[in-house]
Write a new protein. Sequence first.
Length: 289
Amino acid sequence: MARKAVKTEKIPLLPTLLTTGNLVCGVIAIILAIYDSFKLILPPPGSSQHVFIPYVTSCYLILLAMVFDVLDGMAARLTNTAGKFGIEYDSLSDVVSFGVAPAILMYVVVLRYQGPVGIALASIFIFAGAFRLARFNVLTNSGAGDPRIFKGLPIPAAASVLVSYVIFSQWFDVYYATGPRLFYDKALDWYSENITTFQHYVIPALMILLAVLMISNVKFSSFKYFLVRERIRFAVLAASMCALFILFVKFEVSAFLLCTGYVLWNLIKAGYELLKARRQKLKRRKQNV
């Protein structure tokens, strides 16, 4: 009995190399985070010298992985080489770079002081990210997915919130005590007074929230289609320009605010749409009575 020939999919070179860059950044980020758990290297307070800090370098590698993640999709679309192999390879890389790497990073920086609870929180975040990517692949392969809208919080967005917080906390620990006063110094003073409570309660709660949002059905706007989809295009464009300006003025602070702002904006929008749908449903019921 003759066997049917299996048609193999050609592997596109450029998108695959970019996805590999994403994966490599994630792997190195994990290695640096684990290394930092054994030997913490910090510059002296008030020092202007650039000292190699493994866990901070891990943060920037995860951010670099996000750049590769955007570029590989763009390259696949521009070269018309998008396929199932690219989708699967990209998702596997995303699990490492935006699931495992941020979870280990948060465990090293914050969660390791909470014993088994910290291990459980890191594991939950990884599980939620893997679940989110598996569902995304199923929807994409079935043609049911909408490229303009994500079902559930995208795993790179969840990772960006955690990574940007670690960058902010390192900047705060090392430079804030001796640095110049800033226009948002009162907020930083409050954070300084409540930093222990923040890291023991707020950050674990934030990780659980991000995990729940990843496996939820809440709709999140795609960055690529954000300006096209919104009706108030000029206002959104102006806000984006202001956000970029603030980002470069004080990256360590504004990055965390912008990443959390993306999540909060979509939650507010989802809540508004839910209330709107319920009002319309009640209105139709009254009309039918």
